[in-house]
Design a protein around this ligand. Structure first.
Ligand SMILES: N[C@@H](CCC(=O)N[C@@H](CS)C(=O)NCC(=O)O)C(=O)O
Length: 294
């Protein structure tokens, strides 16, 4: 199992506060650095003298900027040609999907934190990127602005086909799209924080959690029945695809934030456990983001 300590991953993500992208413009230098970091997590003494492991593709360079003011954002946007910029919040499951996929595809990106707890999603400059005021938003090359995780992932799949997120087989492709849709249309929107706040204000303090659990479990029942036929190590076999990218962050949030008992959903639980072993998933996890509240 490629388990990496939290402090190592955090160290990796945070170090880009001070290191410029140009420093790592040699991709092989970056890959060597990250794999040594992984290696040092497992075998600290001789990590720097050993060749890096090759079993997993390597999570990408993630430059970091915190979104703090409109003017900073405007100038950042104008200087962001020819690179991927992700507007994200550490605890957002929708952002997590995109971080996971970017890592699986080995794409470098700059991380711009939008602090949802401080209401930065309502900043007029951010609303120019997404009038709905939601993260994630991906900016590619300074002019392509995509403001929805599903659309972002399909865009990445078409523009950066390396390490595909959709299998070639039409049926498995459709199952991946279906599972992704269940998460993004029939689960996540029903437990988003703004909705739960509204439910609690109208119906009482515990009603938000009850409502969220009901809808998550309904969605998980459907996903369990759907994927039991297709799952291997991952949702539709032994490779990570789009269904896993949507499922794993959703399961993490369901278990940790809403205390869903995952033993009721053994297929989903096993899929999640497989994802947890991947360095690309570990690097995309909330606690390893530069804006994580520690
Ligand atoms: N369909 C959108 C949903 C995005 C979404 O709900 N984002 C949440 C975080 S996971 C958000 O930004 N919430 C801010 C708010 O509720 O004010 C997507 O998949 O990107």
């Amino acid at each position: 199992m490629a388990s990496v300590s939290r402090s190592k991953l955090l160290q990796f993500n945070r170090c880009h506060f001070t290191l410029t992208r140009d420093f790592y413009s040699d991709a092989s230098l970056f890959h060597r650095s990250f794999t040594r970091l992984l290696c040092s997590a497992r075998c600290p003494k001789d990590a720097w003298s050993q060749p890096p492991p090759t079993t997993h593709s390597i999570p990408p360079l993630c430059n970091t900027k915190l979104f703090s003011s409109s003017s900073a954002m405007a100038s950042n946007l104008s200087s962001s040609s020819s690179k991927l910029v992700l507007y994200s919040y550490w605890q957002s499951s929708c952002s997590w999907r995109v971080r996971f996929a970017l890592n699986l595809k080995g794409l470098s990106y700059e991380y711009r934190a939008v602090n949802l707890s401080k209401g930065e999603q309502f900043d007029p400059e951010f609303e120019k990127l997404n009038p709905l005021g939601y993260v994630p938003v991906l900016v590619d090359g300074g002019d392509a602005v995509i403001a929805d995780s599903y659309a972002i992932l399909l865009y990445l799949e078409e523009k950066y086909p390396k390490h595909p997120l959709l299998p070639l087989d039409p049926q498995l492709r459709a199952i991946n799209l279906q599972a992704a849709s269940i998460v993004s249309s029939s689960i996540q929107p029903l437990h988003m924080l703004s909705l739960l706040k509204h439910v609690e204000e109208r119906f009482g303090p515990n009603e938000g959690q009850t409502w969220a659990k009901l809808n998550i479990e309904k969605g998980f029942c459907a996903l369990e029945k759907l994927l039991i036929r297709y799952a291997g190590r991952h949702a539709t076999g032994n490779r990570v695809y789009l269904a896993d990218v949507f499922l794993a962050p959703q399961i993490a949030i369901a278990a940790e934030r809403f205390h869903i008992d995952m033993s009721k959903f053994p297929t989903l639980h096993a899929i999640y456990n497989s994802c947890k072993e991947l360095p690309e998933f570990q690097a995309s996890s909330p606690q390893n983001q530069p804006d994580a509240a520690l």
